[in-house]
Design a binder for this molecule. Structure first.
Ligand code: G16
Length: 539
């Protein structure tokens, strides 16, 4: 039976950079998920012809929310749902399933790299038929629905067993519980030379893949251990856990410190990769060596010919404006298209659909290509393994060689977290107003040559998006400021600092960027406004 339930709006259901992300306690309030889902369905016509994917990264509350999604979808007359077995599907695999099966969209329940559990975070990434997250105009329409909602529809059928493959019905909606791994693995086999990678992984080469107790564990065990022959145990933290086993599943130098410690020890293996909760972010490490995500994109692009799927040529490459300019040097040398977009993978979708780009990446530990519409941590790992297998070089040698060829963009991101929203908004507004007056000023020897808000004009749909403030210095250095759109605790000011050099290639970024970091704090006035002398997180 279908029930219609009266409800009232929640004011805070605006999607951020990647879907709706909230504290689990907020998301588990009465009618919270129901309102949000009904609001999405209210924006989609002809639901009886529409099919969606449902899955998640294994975090706490996903199983409860997925039962709700099934019942709300059924009550709204959705034609079919494909549900990942055990409620699991990684964000990249989800994108592939949507595209491969020509689905109308999907719900990947994840707060990405944010911690899980009742005191952690919960999230819903809503993808459209593009295979990527909905566009700003679509999220605005959904937000409007959330603000006017008065009722939702839900089936009162009992909960379903989602631990076994099979098909059943809820009202008239077909529910198929699918294997979330098999098609994705085939996809990876079609891109990379698995034989070459297998030869490497069955030699004395030592590798750790850290799934951080997120969703990539089962994918990685199947790919690296079962198919590619890496020794059992290569995949660490390989079982998806509701609270990520207490880990903060963010693959960076701070939250994956346990892995960093191993890789900086004298007994470090040759290579390590970590993925985040939902498998779209990655961190790449060599022996006593960290590859910054901006450099990662540049190195992958420069080595495209080594990968079977790309060896005949690639379209262009794109990065978010806040990502370092390292890949720009590569694009110029290769003579391929180069684009800068706002932060958010959704901005790459039009560029991929129009064959303007093949590769894209972001400073926020993301790299990917146009075979799907999300970033992909396992793809990045297989790409690095391919480069190592083909060149016989270590990670450090590969990156040093890259810097010798192109110069190095030293890069750091400073995050000031938990700032009251009004203070953060005022800081950004004042900073934006002050930009014209900064041009020509010199700070500790660095002269501002240009300062402007980043405004992106999408070449395909002609929309414009404002995202972040950019300050250029006459020596090629840059500072970019923006507020994060993925946090759940006040506002986070991100300050991205970059300096380009062609000598001094193997120095510490902290040291090389000390002055610019200081200048970035002076210009933003962050200390006076927030009381914070130093960033909370430096990556
Ligand atoms: C999401 C988006 C990315 C974006 C990142 C950081 O990643 O998909 O495109 O770069 O957020 O966003 P912000 O700087 O606004 O916090 P994920 O992995 O969190 O879904």
């Amino acid at each position: 039976m279908i029930k219609t339930v009266k409800t009232t709006p929640y004011a805070d259901q605006k999607m951020g950079t990647a879907g709706l992300r909230k504290k689990t306690r907020t998301a588990s309030q009465e009618n919270y998920i129901e309102n949000f889902l009904q609001s999405i369905f209210n924006t989609i016509p002809n639901l009886n012809e529409k099919s969606f994917l449902v899955g998640g990264d294994g975090r706490y509350y996903n199983k409860i929310a997925i039962q709700k999604i099934i019942k709300i979808a059924a009550a709204n007359g959705v034609k079919k749902l494909y549900v990942g077995k055990d409620c699991l599907v990684s964000t990249p695999a989800g994108s592939h399933i949507i595209l491969e099966n020509h689905l109308d969209g999907g719900f990947v329940l994840s707060a990405s790299h944010n911690p899980g559990g009742i005191d952690g975070d919960f999230g819903i990434k809503y993808a459209t038929s593009s295979g990527g997250q909905c566009q700003p105009s679509e999220s605005a329409a959904i937000f409007e629905q959330t603000q006017n909602i008065t009722e939702y529809r839900i089936s009162d059928c009992p909960d379903f067993d989602l631990t076994k493959l099979g098909t059943f019905y809820c009202e008239n909606t077909e529910i198929e519980v699918i294997d979330p791994y098999v098609d994705y693995i085939k996809l990876m086999e079609s891109i990379f030379d698995f034989k070459k990678i297998k030869k490497l992984l069955t030699s004395d080469f030592r590798f750790i893949f850290d799934a951080m107790n997120g969703v990539t564990g089962p994918y990685a065990k199947k790919i690296f251990e079962e198919i590619l022959g890496a020794p059992k145990g290569t995949v660490a933290h390989g079982t998806p856990l509701e609270d990520f086993g207490g880990l903060h599943p963010d693959p960076n130098l701070i939250y994956a410190k346990h892995l960093v410690d191993i890789m900086y020890s004298d007994t470090a293996p040759d290579f390590a990769a970590a993925n985040d909760g939902d498998g779209d972010r990655n961190m790449i490490l060599g022996k006593k060596f960290f590859v910054s995500p901006s450099d990662c994109l540049a190195v992958l692009t420069d080595n495209y010919k080594l990968i079977p799927a790309y060896k005949n040529g690639i379209y262009g490459v794109a990065k978010s404006a806040a990502t370092s300019l390292a890949v720009k040097h590569v694009a110029e040398k290769l003579g391929i298209g180069y684009y800068e977009v706002p932060t958010g993978w959704k901005y790459f979708i039009n560029l991929m659909n129009s064959n303007r780009i093949t590769f894209c990446g972001e400073e926020s530990f993301g790299a990917g290509a146009s075979y799907i519409r999300e970033k992909d941590g396992i793809w990045a790992t297989l790409f690095w393994l391919s480069i190592i297998a083909e060149t016989g070089k270590s990670v450090k040698e590969i990156v040093l060689h890259h810097w010798q060829k192109y110069g190095r963009n030293y890069y750091l991101r400073n995050d000031f977290e938990g700032i009251p929203q009004d203070i953060a908004d005022k800081l950004m507004a004042d900073l934006e107003n002050s930009l014209p007056s900064l041009v020509g000023k010199t700070f500790d020897g660095y002269t501002v040559s240009e300062a402007y808000p980043f405004i992106y004009h999408d070449p395909v749909d002609k929309t414009s998006t404002k995202n972040g403030l950019i300050i250029h210095f006459s020596d090629g250095s840059r500072i970019v400021y923006r507020l994060s759109g993925t946090g759940t605790n006040g506002a986070t000011l991100r300050t991205y600092i970059e300096r380009y050099v062609t000598d001094k290639l193997d120095e510490e970024p902290d040291e090389m960027l000390k002055d610019l970091s200081h200048i970035s704090r002076i210009i933003s006035d962050v200390t006076a406004r927030t009381g914070k002398e130093q960033p909370d997180i430096i990556t």
